[in-house]
Design a protein around this ligand. Structure first.
Ligand SMILES: [Zn+2]
Ligand SMILES: [Zn+2]
Length: 625
């Protein structure tokens, strides 16, 4: 809960912009009190991109009140009140709070500052108590603040919600108004524009409007239902990635969605990380037996954890299954590397508060693969992984991405694998990333104990960072599972494993793509590539034939059979982000041509049907933007 009091040290480290935003929270409180003097304020910190203040009062604030509150805030900014701090004794603070003066503009007999009274009690005895005053408003506050309220003129109230004092539901509901403040009008407007843009591109809204995916409470939170159109986008993406994997010598595999607990005990995924997994599934006879014995839930859970009872787990990772595929055969150094790829669905238990759209989910499909190779092959395999990433990002027009290298802390001894292998792997990772030619950072001590890794962060068109997937070198799982290959010396050796899911999950990646393209997918990804639009009933029959011709050639096409006017038909196709509209009037029918209108163009180009079809097929096959 964010209402934990900041320590004095944390306060001293407040940045200039945080100071400005926190000061704006005081200005907002002053404005609210001028409008509704009964308001009782609780807590008002700066947050990322703004500030809020929690309070209680009779009037329920709605967004309709924002204009009025903002006008009052601007007036207070104009009054240029000085923020003055004053250290008070505990008794003085209590007197101010009891009279309703703290967090108020005047004494308020019969309306003591109840939250401030509580906050005073929470201040450690050895800490000074300070108040800040601007104009008539006195607040219990350790600061720091800007000098004058005139700094707080570039403000905007964003939203209102309810909250609980100190996050405690038993203490009644408060109102929380969120706002933002910037140093200049331009910066504020930039920010608001970016928010507008983000709203326009929001994949949750577009996903609904374009019929791409659905989340149903009855199915479960964080579980994505891919609707037919979304499924087509996903299929196109999977086909593309699969083609690239085929070129790189990967073998595709399929594995089930569950595995025995013993598998995950060996991998180390169970019973550790239990809080981020769906609970284990007990075997039927175990459940029956325990029910007969009238055993407790705790004994079941403990028995599953310590291995007394057998059970299954919805797979949190694909690695153990792929390891078992590798282990099912003998390997010589001559057959390495073995590259096993799967669009593997995994399940994680995310807190419900963290779920939203396709970016935080409880079941997702990774573009996963595991490479088993000799220590000498690590460098080449990493380069191969990065080539693929580069190809995919480039094809999607995402050219602004960076890479984070997580390396070991050379001073620590917590790492498994020989220092020599680590040196080799880290040099390999660094080399591979350099050949990518993108910006990268090295973070010492951020590697997992079992190997160094590469993370990908993509910047979208409006400058937001999206953390995608990783490529990770692993020295430990091959040991845990006793994997081997026979080396040139005829002796068994332990292979190195590389986990790679560079795009993270298909859910998250598709969410990013929806926002990146604003739903306007390039033709090769678009769920509907062509909409055939007959000008009137007279050309309907010819339009049906043209539609059949496109469908026959493998184009995702539909026909608008409605009685709408051409203008409305075009508008609908555009709203649905269809890249090509093929308009058919009598003239086109007579000449064997089609008139093509592109999604973002006003121009109507007339071309022979077969010629257009051929160029469209080429455009799609080469995955042009
Ligand atoms: Zn303050
Ligand atoms: Zn893995």
């Amino acid at each position: 809960m964010s209402s934990d009091r900041k320590t004095l040290e944390e306060r001293a480290q407040m940045t200039d912009i945080e100071r400005l935003r926190h000061s704006s929270a005081h200005v907002m409180a002053t404005a609210i009190l001028r409008l509704w003097p009964d308001a009782q304020f609780a807590y008002g910190p700066p947050i990322e991109n703004g500030f809020y203040y929690d309070f209680e009062m009779k009037h329920r604030v709605t967004p309709d009140d924002f204009e009025k509150i903002e006008a009052e805030m601007k007036k207070i900014a104009k009054e240029n009140q000085k923020f003055e701090s004053r250290v008070v004794t505990r008794d003085e603070a209590m007197t101010l709070a009891e009279s309703g003066r703290l967090g108020g503009l005047t004494d308020r007999p019969g309306n003591p500052s109840r939250f401030k009274l509580d906050l005073i009690e929470k201040i450690p005895l050895d800490e000074p108590i300070s108040c800040y005053q601007n104009g008539d408003f006195i607040d219990l506050c350790a600061g720091p603040h800007v000098g004058y309220t005139s700094k707080c003129k570039n403000i905007k109230l964003m939203s209102v919600s309810s909250s609980f004092y100190m996050g405690d539901e038993s203490r009644g509901q408060l109102q929380r108004v969120y706002g933002t403040a910037f140093e200049s009008k331009e910066l504020l407007e930039d920010h608001l524009q970016r928010l507008e843009e983000a709203k326009r591109r929001d994949h949750r809204r577009l996903g609904r409007e374009l019929g791409l995916f659905h989340i149903d409470e009855m199915v479960g939170q964080g579980l994505i239902l891919w609707k037919p159109k979304g499924a087509l986008v996903r299929r196109s993406l999977q086909e593309f990635i699969t083609q690239e994997l085929d070129k790189q010598g990967y073998s595709q595999v399929f594995t089930p969605h569950i595995g025995k607990l013993d598998l995950y005990r060996t991998s180390g995924h169970f019973p550790y990380y239990q809080e981020s997994q769906y609970p284990a599934i007990a075997e039927r006879d175990v459940l029956d037996r325990l029910a007969d014995e009238d055993a407790s839930c705790a004994s079941l859970i403990n028995g599953l954890s310590d291995g007394t009872y057998e059970g299954y787990l919805l797979k949190p990772m694909n690695c153990p299954h792929h390891i078992k595929i590798y282990a099912s055969e003998h390997h010589s150094y001559r057959d390495l590397p073995v590259r096993l790829a799967e669009f593997g669905t995994v399940y994680r238990w995310e807190q419900s508060g963290e779920l939203g759209g396709m970016t935080r989910v409880r079941g997702f499909t990774q573009d996963d693969a595991h490479l088993f190779c000799t220590p000498d092959q690590v460098a080449e395999e990493l380069t191969g992984c990065l080539d693929l990433v580069k190809k995919v990002f480039h094809t999607l027009g995402m050219n602004d991405y960076r890479v984070r290298l997580s390396l070991r802390d050379p001073a620590s001894d917590k790492y498994v694998g020989s220092a020599e292998n680590w040196d080799k792997a880290e040099a390999a990772i660094r080399h591979a990333v350099k050949t990518l030619g993108v910006e990268y950072t090295e973070e010492l001590g951020e590697a997992a104990f079992y190997g160094p890794k590469i993370d990908f962060v993509v910047k979208d068109v409006i400058g937001r960072d999206w953390q995608l997937g990783t490529v990770q070198v692993d020295y430990t799982l091959p040991v845990r599972f006793g994997l081997t290959y026979i080396g040139p010396d005829n002796a068994p050796h332990v292979p190195v494993m590389i986990h790679r899911a560079p795009f993270g999950s298909l859910e998250r990646f598709t969410g990013l793509l929806i926002e990146h393209f604003e739903g306007k997918f390039p033709a090769w990804l678009a769920p509907e590539q062509v909409r055939v639009i007959p000008i009137s009933e007279k050309t309907m029959e010819a339009a049906e034939k043209v539609t059949a011709r496109f469908a026959d050639a493998g184009i995702r096409v539909s026909i608008d059979r409605s009685s709408d006017k051409v203008g409305a038909k075009i508008r609908n196709a555009r709203l649905e982000r269809v890249p090509y509209m093929v308009v058919l009037g009598q003239k086109e029918v007579d000449e064997g041509t089609v008139s093509i209108r592109q999604r973002d163009s006003e121009e109507l180009i007339t071309r022979p049907l077969e010629e257009f079809l051929e160029s469209l097929l080429h455009h799609i096959a080469t995955r042009q933007l």
